[in-house]
Design a protein around this ligand. Structure first.
Ligand SMILES: [Zn+2]
Length: 493
C-alpha cells in the first residue's frame, strides 16, 4: 500500500490527549464516523468548519491509500431544545413554527445542508444514515442496555443509569469529567420524578399524544434519545469497535461521553479507537452562534450581506481561511484575515495556472522530492494544514521563478511538481478552481462574463424574461450566478 512511502500518520486522540500513530483495525479499511447536522435550521459557518476538518481527514486517508467507509449521520429526530432530556424536539418545534410536516423540515434543511457542503467542496460521506431510518436498531440497542442492567424504565421512558454504570466501568474518560464533581455541580431537577440520578440520560423518551414524531416500542409510543442514534448507526455500519469518531469540541460532553457509555453497556467494549474533535470558529473572540447575532450563513458570507462583513467572499476563500489554522485551535473570523486569505488563494491559483505552461530546463535548481516529503510530513503530523499551505507557498515561489526564467527544473522535476500541486491543492486541501482565481478558467470566465453582461443589458431594458432565461440556462449547465452589492459573480455548482 502507498501509505508506507508517505510515512506514518499521527493524530491527536482526544481520548488519550496524546498524538498517536494511527493504525487502523483492519487495514486497508478505515471506519470513520462523524456526527452530522440536526436538520432544523440553516447551517452556519461554525458548522462548516467542523465538517471541513473531517473532509480533509477523509481526503488525506483516501490519498494515502486507505479504503475509507465514512459515515456521517443526519439527526432528524430526538435532539431536544436545550440539548438535554427536556424541552421540545428541535425539528417538531420548527415544523410547528413553519407550519410544515416534520419530514418537510427534515428534507428542506437536509437539502440546504447538502447545498452548503457542495459549495465548500466538502465531499459526501459513503453512508449518510438518518435517525428515523434506524428505529429498529435503536430500540434493539435500548434492549441490550436494559439487559446489561445499566438502563431502567420509568413511565414509558428508558434512562441510562450513569452512577450504576460508573461503579463497573470507567465513565468520563473522554471528557475528563468525574462522577462526584458532576453530581456536586448539578442543579438540574427537571425530569427528576423519573430519573434516579440527575446524571442519567434518556435513551428512549415517552411521547405524549400531541407529539408529532413518535414510534411504537416495547415501552409504548415514543422516540429515541439523541445520543442513541450515533451509537446504533456507527455500530451498524462500522462494527462494534471502529477506527475514528469525529465531531465538534462541543459534542464531547455529554454527547460523545454518552455514546461511549451506551456501547460499553450494550456490547461490552469501547466503540472508538481514536476520537477527534475540531475546535470552534469565533467572531471577535466570541463563539459563533445565532443567539449572538454573529452566526452568518454561508449565503450571507458570499454576498457580503451581513453587518459584520465588509464584502462578500468566495467559498474557496473561506476554505483557505479555515485551513490556514490547525483544526484543534480556535479560529477567529475577521475581515482582515479573510482579505489576506483571498490574496493568498489568488497567488496559489495563479501559480496553478502557470504550471502546465512551464518550460523544462537542463538542470534542477530545487529539490522537489524534499518538498514533497515536507508536504506529506505536514499532513502526517496531525493534519497540519497551515504547515502544508506554507510549503505550498514555497512551491509557488519555485513556479514563479521557473516562469520568470530565474530557476531551472528538468522535465522530470516539473512533472513531479505538477502532480504534487494537483494532489495537495485539489485532492487533499480540496481547493476547487474558481472563476477569476486563476488561469484554468480564464476563457470560461470571459465567456460567462459575456453572458452576465447580456443579462445586465436585458434587465436594464426591463426584459426580465431574457435575463432569467440566461441565468437558468447557465444554471442548467452548472454555472450559478450570484447577485450582490458588488455586481454579479459566478461559480461552478
Ligand atoms: Zn453524534
Amino acid at each position: 500500500m502507498s501509505t508506507a512511502k508517505k510515512g506514518p500518520f499521527f493524530l491527536t486522540n482526544t481520548l488519550t490527549r496524546r498524538k498517536e500513530e494511527f493504525v487502523p483495525l483492519r487495514p486497508p479499511h478505515v471506519g470513520l464516523y462523524v456526527c452530522g447536522p440536526t436538520v432544523y435550521s440553516d447551517v452556519h459557518l461554525g458548522n462548516v468548519r467542523s465538517f471541513l476538518t473531517f473532509d480533509v481527514l477523509y481526503r488525506w486517508l483516501t490519498f494515502v491509500g486507505y479504503k475509507v467507509r465514512y459515515v456521517r449521520n443526519i439527526t432528524d429526530v430526538g435532539h431536544l431544545t436545550g440539548d438535554v432530556d427536556e424541552g421540545e424536539d428541535k425539528i417538531a418545534r420548527r415544523a410547528r413554527l413553519e407550519q410544515l410536516e416534520p419530514m418537510e423540515i427534515v428534507q428542506k434543511y437536509t437539502n440546504g445542508f447538502h447545498d452548503v457542503m457542495r459549495l465548500f467542496n466538502i465531499l459526501p460521506p459513503s453512508i449518510e444514515p438518518t435517525a428515523t431510518g434506524h428505529l429498529i436498531e435503536q430500540i434493539a440497542m435500548v434492549q441490550r442496555i436494559l439487559a446489561s442492567g445499566f438502563g431502567y424504565e420509568a413511565n414509558g421512558s428508558v434512562y441510562f443509569d450513569v452512577p450504576g454504570f460508573a461503579t463497573k466501568h470507567p465513565y468520563g474518560e473522554l471528557s475528563g469529567r468525574k462522577i462526584d464533581e458532576l453530581l456536586a455541580n448539578t442543579r438540574d431537577t427537571e425530569g427528576m420524578e423519573e430519573k434516579r440520578s440527575p446524571l442519567d440520560f434518556a435513551i428512549w423518551k415517552k411521547a405524549d399524544p400531541s407529539h408529532l414524531m413518535k414510534w411504537p416500542s416495547p415501552w409504548g409510543e415514543g422516540f429515541p434519545g439523541w445520543h442513541l442514534e450515533c451509537s446504533a448507526m456507527s455500530t451498524k455500519y462500522l462494527g462494534g469497535t471502529f477506527d475514528i469518531h469525529g465531531g465538534g469540541m462541543d459534542l464531547k460532553f455529554p454527547h460523545h461521553e454518552c455514546e461511549v457509555a451506551q456501547s460499553v453497556a450494550a456490547d461490552g467494549h469501547a466503540p472508538v479507537r481514536y476520537w477527534m474533535h475540531g475546535n470552534m470558529l469565533t467572531v471577535n473572540g466570541r463563539k459563533m452562534a445565532k443567539s449572538e447575532g454573529n452566526g452568518f450563513t454561508p449565503e450571507e458570507l458570499l454576498t457580503g450581506d451581513h453587518k459584520l462583513l465588509e464584502k462578500g467572499y468566495s467559498a474557496m476563500t473561506v476554505r483557505f481561511f479555515m485551513l490556514q489554522c490547525h483544526y484543534a485551535s480556535t479560529l477567529d473570523f475577521s475581515n482582515a484575515a479573510m482579505q489576506a486569505s483571498e490574496k493568498g488563494l489568488e497567488r496559489l491559483e495563479k501559480a496553478m495556472a502557470l504550471l502546465p505552461g512551464l518550460k523544462p530546463g537542463d538542470a534542477d535548481g530545487a529539490d522537489i522530492e524534499a518538498l514533497e516529503h515536507r508536504c506529506h510530513a505536514a499532513m502526517n503530523d496531525d493534519l497540519n494544514t497551515p504547515v502544508l499551505i506554507a510549503e505550498l507557498f514555497e512551491a509557488v515561489r519555485l513556479i514563479n521563478s521557473v516562469n520568470d526564467s530565474k530557476l531551472k527544473l528538468t522535465a522530470g522535476a516539473l512533472e513531479r511538481l505538477r502532480s504534487l500541486m494537483q494532489a495537495m491543492v485539489r485532492d487533499v486541501l480540496g481547493f476547487r478552481a474558481e472563476a477569476g482565481a486563476g488561469g484554468d478558467d480564464r476563457m470560461l470566465d470571459a465567456l460567462v462574463q459575456e453572458f452576465i453582461h447580456l443579462r445586465a443589458e436585458a434587465k436594464a431594458r426591463k426584459d426580465f424574461a431574457t435575463g432569467d432565461a440566461i441565468r437558468d440556462r447557465l444554471g442548467a449547465i452548472g454555472i450559478a450566478l450570484k447577485d450582490s452589492k458588488e455586481g454579479t459573480t459566478w461559480e461552478r455548482t
